[in-house]
Each structure stands twice: as structure tokens, then as C-alpha cells.
Design a protein around this ligand. Structure first.
Ligand SMILES: [Zn+2]
Length: 765
């Protein structure tokens, strides 16, 4: 996450507000609501019991058998579902049962602030690519143990989301899936709608809690897991590892240099370049999917992006799934997830330069081009590893999980050089306001207690526990409740020779290396040879810099919540989990997270319901139509009078279709999740909505007659949703010098975008 404080200060008027945005009455109301909320938070008596149990294991134990979870959502499955009950272990020689599922989690495409950059003007105005939850279920028939590995196109997995998903899993599956064996991680895209956290700092940093987005994300994660569960079948899991160079760069190299020379000498770069890929196959030969980890921030798209997008990792998934013919409306389809790792100090702009604002510049042009380049590099490498030599993962499944209170954790003297030490209540330093080259802030990096500034010194006197960090906000010491999580989930998952280290944080490169070493040292005697730092998992509690990097107080150090011994705390607690795993002992939690659902919630302001089309126009009518003819490389643009997109986010559906005339009728060749299309929304006068659909015609398009379709819902009286459709004129796509053909074969789904693709990601307002 970036530049939290910078964005907030800008909104507070401490820094200049963005021009037109600041003039908006709705947004001024939002600012007022935000700060009124802050004041209320300080005034209202606490409603959050300090140790109220939100432990999923304390949830109701009633087990409601699902009628058919796959039939829950309305989706247009037109292929036979492949769902089947899990096979009996004795029927198969395959070492595992494997299953995969994918489901839409694209939140409201209008008016919801995006999470990550804390740029209050960055509210959703349409869709570049849809967001997905991608799930794999893995069962070891010999032991009966199973794990769920989920990756979601989101900034993070907030505690409220993971808790609600676990509640729903419990209601459906009883004790089969719990916090212990369910691992939910985020890609860390910075262009997804926010409002998913109960913790004040993260809800206020996205202009409030969005119930609509929360429900969509929770349901989508749940549905993806159900689909993975339902498609379980005998199969194998194989692993491949290899380097991906020229795809990542350190954004905090001066802090990295503070790590000991002999430690740095063991590595060839100041970022981790290794990618790990798991390949899932069914015993009947059918490919199930791929799950990869590679450490890089999903910040190829910058804070001027207002279209929802999965950023570079979402784009990599899109390419892999397109190549494998994934059907998003079908259970058991091929799923490709690109998860993140220790990306705390890693940007996706290798070889780039800083612009005037000191942010990475995309040398290829608009940032969306660099996004495609980064996504394609990750896809190409993952694909090569997937198709190449792979090692079977055998040796069973096991896992350990524990909630740990990091606000005052005693650290083993062996990790501190003999000195007594402990972690501190959560707090962020002044340099968090500095941001990073992925999204610059308003102050300078490196503000520490050695600073001559009076403010820094004063803040240091108030919070000595935090060492050199001048505390700008003590997030662990909210009057009513902590503003950020302090009781956090730690998780280890072992699959044969592989261990996944599930951490709810952004670890820097060297922090991740040290934590991997700590865990591997304990597990090597039982045959574990490779550790993956699975970051952004199960909750979110800031960054983790090494103690040496912390002294520099760059953005990452300033965002290390629990003080300079934070990493040591992670090492100590993960070591305990690893020993318990090795020795077969349970790991009961010593604390439970507070029940934040009862805490004060800032809510995103809602638009007053109701839609209008201009006088004399119908919903779906075309305001600016397509031209007569196009050639590949050109962009078709059609504008409609439409409804407010949030009336129905069309989960598992699409706001647009690009259709080609075929002998059997109109064939759809692209949807709103395709990278070659864009769906844009803009508010008009008197509750009108201006919808724009853009289609970049791919280089290998099939010549013919085409049209653009847009669909949506208006909100009538008493909240009734009324569907509507609009269609453009029919236009010709022809190769230069050719005549369009009316009867040509149906093209392969989703041809590659033209090289000159994509221009607009942020809407002109
Ligand atoms: Zn981040």
C-alpha cells in the first residue's frame, strides 16, 4: 500500500486538493464525512471488547449441508459442469485430489475509491480487466489432510474478508475448511475498488467501508473455493523453479545496502528473481491449472488509473487463461493464479527512470503498456516453467496456523544478539507520507530520530519503543480500537518438499530471505527443500523491513508497524510453528483478533438511487456511434446513454460484447474482461450515465461485419432493477485492401491485442 498519509492530507486541505475533483459537491461531502467520522471515533465510548472472539473456530458450529453451492449464483453455464464428489482415495493411485475454481470479484465500477495509492480522486470509472478469485483445493488421501490455496485480484486480504469467507465455508462444509488450512492471498493490485476493511486506517484510506464491494468479494472467494471443492479429482502437483530477470527493481536500494555485506554477497541482486510454479493435473490427463509466486509490486498502473484492473499479475493470469481456453462461466475450467511474495521493496519498472514527480516513468508510453509488458513477462516465464521439466510434489500435506499478538512480543535474545527486546504497539512513521517511486507522497523519505527537525525529535520522545521511527500515527493505540491489526495470523503449509510461509504483510526482499531461512532450517530434516514467502495472506498489517533497513526509515521502514524487532518477531513465531509442524504438535493461538465488526465504520457515501436518460432518449440508445469501417490497430468507440453501473455489477457477466456476424448469427468475440476492450462510465447531468465502450481491433482479427453491444440495469421506482441493452450500428473490419467477408469461420476467442493497443485508462472528467 502506498502513500496513505499523503492522500489523506491532500484531502484534509493540508495539501492542495485536485482541481476539478475538489470542486465536486459529493466529494466535499465525503471529506467532511471522513473527518466527522474521525472525530466521532475519538468521542464515542468503545464498543470493541479487547479480547472479543472473532476466531472462526468460535463461530456457530451448525453444519448446513449445501443444496448445491454451484447452483447458487445465476451464471450462464452452457457447458456440462465437471463437478463431482471427491473420489475415494482407494480408487486412485494419484497422490492427491486436485480441484480448481475461479469466480468474479469485480466490485462496483462507479464511484468507489480504489485501494492502495490513497488518492481520493482515484475512484472507479469502469473496467479494464475483471478481478477474479482463483482457488485450488488439494487433498492428501493418505492422511485425509487438505489445503485451500486462494489468490485474489485485490490490494490485500483484510481480516473482515477472510473471517466472513471462513464463516460461509463453515456453514457449508462444517470443519472441513478453517483458518488452519485455508490460505487466501492477494496479488496486491492497486486498481481494485476498496472499502473492505473494518480497521479505521484502511477504511478511511479508501473513503469508507463499501458493503456492496465487501459482499461481492466475500461471495466470489467463497464461490471459487466451492467450485474447486466440487471439481476435486485424482491428480498430481508438480513444481518448477526458475529466474525471471528484468521484471523487477528495488525501490529502496539505499536501505537494502544497510544489510550486512556478507549477507548481501550471498545474493546476486537486491531483489529476488526466482519464480516458483505449481502445476496441477488430473490423472485423466486434464490440466487443472497453475499457481505461481514472484515478488513484484502490482503497481504497473499508477494512481491516475480509474478503470478496475488486475494490474500486471491480473494481466498474466488473463494471458495464461486465454491461452488455455478458460471459460469463466464454467466450473472445473483451467485456472492460472499469479501470487505475490516478498515484494515489499520491489517495483515493476526495471530499467526505467523517474519523472519530474520522482515516480517511475513508463518508457513505452502510457502505463498500461508497461502493465502489459510486465504481465506478459510473468506469463511467459510461468508458462515456460509450467511446460518444462517439473518435480512431483510428494510427501504429504500438513499445516500450522496461529494468531499472535504483535503489539508487545518478547523476542528471544538469540535473535537480538543477547539484548532483551520486544515488539511495539502498531505505529507508522513520518516517512510513510513520502510514498515510493510507485506513488510518490508529500514528504521526503528517511525522516528518522537522528533528524535535526524538531517535529521528528518530539515524536521520537513520545514513542521511544519505536527506535529511530518518528511516529506519525500510533495505529495500535486508537482510543476505541486499534486502527490497524495487531493480532495477526501466521501460517505454514507443507506440500511434500515445499513449504509456504503465509504472512499478512509486505516483506522486503531481505526480510523474506531471512524468514525463509528460519523456516527451512527447522523443516529440512523432514525433507522440505524449498520455501515460498507467500505474502499478503489472510490479513494485512503493513510492511516488514529488516532491522538494518528500518534504520533508514524509507517508506518500507516507516510502514513496519511493530518497531525494529518486527522481523525478529516473525522469525521467532514462524520458527515455533515450524518446530510444531516437524514434531506433530498443535499450535493453539495465544490471542484472538478483536471483533471489529462492531467497531465504528465509515461508510462510502451512496449515490441517491434513480437513473435518467436525456429527454427523448431511451436507456441503451447510442449517443455517438461507430464509424463505417475500420482496420486492425484502430480503436472502435461507441457511446451510450446508460444506467448507473453499480445498479448491478453483472458478476460473472459483462457490460459489453464485441460481436461478429456469422452465418449462425451474432458471435461474441470479446467481453469487458478482455484487455482489448474498455468499459467507461461517466456521470452526466441529472442522474444520467454516459457509457463508452472501446475496442482495440487486434492485428489478427477476422475481417467481417461487427457491432458493439452494451447491457446494464436502471433503477426504477421502489428500487426495481430494469435490464436494458443497446447496440451500435454494424461496421466493417477489413484488412487494408480487402473486402469484408460475411461468412468466415468463428475466430479463436480473444485474439492478441494489437501492438498499438490501449490508450485510455483514466477517464477525462
Ligand atoms: Zn505495497
Amino acid at each position: 500500500m502506498l502513500n496513505w498519509g499523503g492522500g489523506l492530507l491532500r484531502q484534509a486541505g493540508i495539501v492542495r486538493l485536485e482541481g476539478k475533483w475538489a470542486a465536486s459537491r459529493e466529494n466535499r461531502s465525503m471529506i467532511r464525512a471522513l473527518f466527522l467520522g474521525g472525530v466521532l471515533l475519538l468521542m464515542v465510548p468503545s464498543t470493541v471488547p479487547a479480547t472479543a472472539s472473532a476466531d472462526p473456530s468460535a463461530a456457530p458450529t451448525s453444519h448446513t449441508a449445501p443444496t448445491d453451492p454451484l447452483m447458487g449464483p445465476a451464471d450462464a453455464t452452457d457447458e456440462p459442469r465437471t463437478a463431482s464428489a471427491p473420489h475415494n482415495a482407494s480408487e486412485t493411485p494419484a497422490p492427491f485430489l486436485v480441484g480448481s475454481g475461479v469466480y468474479d470479484i469485480t466490485g462496483p465500477p462507479a464511484d468507489v475509491m480504489m485501494a492502495g495509492y490513497v488518492e481520493f480522486s482515484q475512484t472507479t470509472h469502469g473496467i479494464h480487466t475483471r478481478l477474479r478469485s482463483r482457488a485450488f483445493v488439494l487433498v492428501d488421501p493418505a492422511s485425509g489432510r487438505r489445503v485451500v490455496l486462494v489468490n485474489i485480484d485485490q490490494i490485500a486480504v483484510f481480516q473482515a474478508v477472510s473471517e466472513r469467507v471462513l464463516e460461509r465455508l463453515r456453514a457449508t462444509f462444517g470443519d472441513l475448511y478453517t483458518a488452519e488450512n485455508v490460505h487466501i492471498a492477494a496479488t496486491h493490485t492497486h486498481t481494485a475498488p476498496g472499502g473492505l476493511s473494518d480497521y479505521f486506517m484502511y477504511s478511511s484510506g479508501t473513503a469508507g467501508f463499501s458493503q456492496q464491494n465487501f459482499d461481492i468479494v466475500v461471495d466470489g472467494i467463497y464461490q471459487s473455493i466451492v467450485r474447486a471443492h466440487q471439481s476435486l479429482a485424482p491428480g498430481t502437483v508438480r513444481m518448477a523453479r526458475g529466474d525471471l530477470l528484468d521484471s523487477s527493481v528495488s525501490r529502496s536500494p539505499d536501505a537494502y545496502l544497510l544489510n550486512p555485506q556478507e549477507e548481501r554477497d550471498r545474493y546476486r541482486a537486491n531483489v529476488d528473481t526466482e519464480m516458483t510454479v505449481l502445476r496441477f493435473d488430473r490423472a485423466d490427463g486434464r490440466e487443472v491449472g497453475a499457481l505461481s509466486w514472484f515478488a513484484v509490486h502490482a503497481t504497473s498502473l499508477h494512481s491516475d488509473t480509474t478503470l478496475i484492473s488486475g494490474d500486471n499479475k491480473g494481466y498474466a493470469s488473463y494471458l495464461f487463461e486465454r491461452a488455455k481456453g478458460t471459460r469463466y462461466d464454467t466450473a472445473g475450467t483451467f485456472v492460472a493464479a499469479f501470487a505475490n511474495a516478498n515484494a515489499g521493496d520491489v517495483s515493476p519498472y526495471p530499467g526505467s527512470r523517474l519523472n519530474r514527480r520522482k515516480e517511475w516513468e513508463c518508457l513505452e508510453g502510457p502505463h498500461i503498456r508497461c502493465n502489459a509488458t510486465s504481465g506478459r513477462k510473468q506469463y511467459d516465464r510461468a508458462r515456460a516453467l509450467y511446460d518444462g521439466e517439473t518435480e512431483p510434489l510428494e510427501g504429504g500435506i500438513d499445516f500450522r496456523h496461529r494468531y499472535v499478538d504483535f503489539s508487545s512480543l518478547e523476542i528471544d535474545p538469540r535473535l537480538t544478539g543477547g539484548a532483551p527486546a520486544h515488539t511495539c504497539y502498531g505505529a507508522i512513521g513520518l516517512s510513510m507520507l513520502a510514498g515510493t517511486p510507485d506513488g510518490i507522497g508529500i514528504t521526503r523519505p528517511g525522516q528518522s530520530c537522528t533528524d535535526p527537525s524538531f517535529l521528528a525529535r518530539l515524536l521520537c520522545l513520545r514513542h521511544p519503543c519505536h527506535g529511530v521511527k518518528p511516529v506519525g500515527l500510533a495505529t495500535g493505540r486508537g482510543l476505541l480500537a486499534p486502527l490497524t491489526p495487531q493480532v495477526i495470523p501466521l501460517q505454514l503449509i507443507r506440500i511434500g518438499p515445499l513449504v509456504l510461509i503465509g504472512v499478512p504483510a509486505e516483506l522486503t526482499t531481505m526480510s523474506g530471505r531471512r524468514l525463509r531461512e528460519t523456516v527451512l532450517k527447522e523443516l529440512e530434516p523432514m525433507g522440505v527443500r524449498h520455501a515460498v514467502l507467500a505474502g499478503y495472506a489472510n490479513a494485512y498489517a503493513g510492511y516488514v523491513a529488516t532491522r538494518e533497513e528500518y534504520q533508514r526509515q524509507n517508506y518500507e521502514g516507516a510502514s513496519t508497524h511493530f518497531g525494529e524487532w518486527t522481523l525478529a518477531g516473525y522469525q521467532q513465531e514462524m520458527q515455533r510453528l515450524a518446530v510444531a509442524l516437524r514434531e506433530g504438535r498443535p499450535t493453539p493461538s495465544s490471542a484472538t483478533p478483536p471483533d471489529m465488526s462492531k467497531a465504528f465504520r465509515l461508510r462510502t457515501p451512496h449515490r441517491i438511487p434513480g437513473d435518467r436518460a436525456p429527454w427523448g432518449k431511451a436507456f441503451g440508445s447510442v449517443s455517438v456511434d461507430a464509424a463505417d469501417r475500420y482496420t486492425p490497430g484502430m480503436t472502435v468507440e461507441v457511446r451510450f446513454w446508460g444506467g448507473y453501473p453499480n445498479n448491478d455489477p453483472l458478476i460473472q457477466g459483462s457490460y459489453l460484447e464485441v460481436q461478429r456476424a456469422a452465418p449462425e448469427g451474432w458471435q461474441t468475440i470479446a467481453y469487458d474482461w478482455d484487455a482489448e476492450t474498455r468499459f467507461l462510465w461517466k456521470a452526466g447531468w441529472f442522474k444520467t450515465s454516459k457509457i463508452t465502450v472501446q475496442w482495440d481491433i487486434p492485428a489478427d482479427v477476422v475481417p467481417g461485419r461487427y457491432r458493439i453491444l452494451h447491457r446494464g440495469h436502471t433503477l426504477g421506482r421502489k428500487g426495481r432493477r430494469l435490464p436494458y441493452e443497446g447496440v451500435s450500428r454494424v461496421f466493417a473490419v477489413e484488412r487494408p485492401g480487402t473486402v469484408p467477408a460475411d461468412s468466415v469461420p468463428h475466430p479463436a476467442r480473444g485474439a492478441a491485442p494489437a501492438s498499438g493497443e490501449v490508450v485510455i485508462l483514466s477517464e477525462a472528467r
